[in-house]
Design a protein around this ligand. Structure first.
Ligand code: G1P
Length: 270
C-alpha cells in the first residue's frame, strides 16, 4: 500500500519571474483553482491518505488555501449564499507541512520527509509537472507498477533530444511493462544516455532516505534527487514506467496557457 506522498513546493520559481516574487508558482490559477489543488487531487485519486508539502518562507498562501475559512463560511451563510459553500470544498486528505529553510535542491527537500514517511513506500509529485490523462492519474499508474515490482518506480516520458538537458535522463533495459534502470544522469550537458526523461512522479521505497542522507552537492550546487536515485541503484532495483497522458510543464508559459484552457473548460462544464 502506498499511503503517503510528498509534494516539494519550496522552490523560487525563477523560470516564472517576476510574478513568482509575490505569487508562488503552485498558486498560479488554472481556471479558478490554484495549480496545487489539482496535484493534491491527483494524490487523492491515487489512494494517498497523507500528504507532506515542503514549503519555504514565501509560501503561506498554500497553507491558507488548504485551510478552512470559518469566517468566509459564516459570511456566506449570513448572506444567504449557502450555494457557494461548495466552491470552498477541499480535497479530502490530511496535509502536513515542513519548511525547507534554504533552497538546497530537490534531494534536500525530499530528505525532510524522512520522519513523515517512516518505513513505508511513498510517492513524490512535483507540482510543476501535470499529466493530463483521461484514464488513470499518473501517480496511480506508478502505484500499480509498484504493487507488482515492490521496487521504486520513476515516471518517464520520451523527450526531444534538445530538451533532454533539462531533465533527469535514464539508461535502462525494457522488462515487460517497465524499464529496468541501469543509470540516471541529472541534466546531461552532452551525450544523454537515452531519450527517456524523468517527469515529476515517483514511487520510492524508504531505502531512498539512506541515499539522501549521504548525498553530496551535484549539478547547480544543489542536492539532487537524481544522485540519490543513482546510489539507490547500487542497493536495489529501480524501474521506470512510461506514463500515459499528455505532460505539461507549469513553468513553461506556453504549457501554462494550455493548462489554463483545459482546466477552465473543465470547470465551465462542472
Ligand atoms: C527536476 C528533477 C529532474 C526531473 C524534473 C522533472 O528538475 O531534478 O530530474 O527530470 O524535475 O520535471 P527541475 O525541473 O526541478 O529542475
Amino acid at each position: 500500500m502506498v499511503r503517503k506522498a510528498i509534494i516539494p513546493a519550496a522552490g523560487y520559481g525563477t523560470r516564472s519571474l517576476p510574478i513568482t516574487k509575490a505569487i508562488p508558482k503552485e498558486m498560479f490559477p488554472l481556471g479558478l483553482k490554484p495549480a496545487i489543488h489539482y496535484i493534491v487531487e491527483e494524490a487523492v485519486q491515487s489512494g494517498i491518505e497523507q500528504l507532506l508539502i515542503v514549503i519555504s518562507n514565501s509560501k503561506h498562501s498554500i497553507l491558507d488555501y488548504f485551510d478552512h475559512s470559518m469566517e468566509l463560511e459564516a459570511f456566506l451563510k449570513s448572506k444567504n449564499k449557502q450555494h457557494m459553500l461548495k466552491l470552498l470544498e477541499l480535497p479530502n486528505i490530511d496535509i502536513f507541512y515542513i519548511k525547507q529553510h534554504h533552497a538546497n535542491g530537490l534531494g534536500d527537500a525530499i530528505r525532510l520527509g524522512k520522519e513523515f514517511v517512516g518505513d513505508e513506500p511513498f510517492g513524490v509529485l512535483l507540482p510543476d509537472d501535470f499529466v493530463i490523462s483521461n484514464q488513470t492519474p499518473a501517480l496511480s499508474q506508478l502505484i500499480e507498477e509498484y504493487k507488482k515490482a515492490k521496487s521504486s518506480v520513476l515516471g518517464l516520458k520520451q523527450v526531444k533530444q534538445e530538451q533532454l538537458k533539462n531533465y533527469g535522463v535514464i539508461q535502462g533495459t525494457p522488462n515487460s511493462d517497465l524499464i529496468e534502470i541501469e543509470n540516471i544522469v541529472e541534466k546531461p550537458k552532452q551525450d544523454p544516455p537515452s531519450d527517456l526523461a524523468v517527469i515529476g512522479r515517483y514511487i520510492f521505497t524508504p531505502a531512498i532516505f539512506q541515499c539522501l542522507e549521504e548525498l553530496k552537492e551535484g549539478v547547480d550546487g544543489e542536492f539532487q534527487l537524481t544522485d540519490a536515485i543513482k546510489s539507490l541503484l547500487e542497493i536495489e532495483p529501480v524501474y521506470g514506467k512510461i506514463v500515459s497522458g499528455d505532460r505539461y510543464d507549469l513553468g513553461n508559459l506556453g504549457d501554462y496557457i494550455e493548462l489554463m484552457k483545459i482546466m477552465s473548460r473543465e470547470q465551465s462544464l462542472e
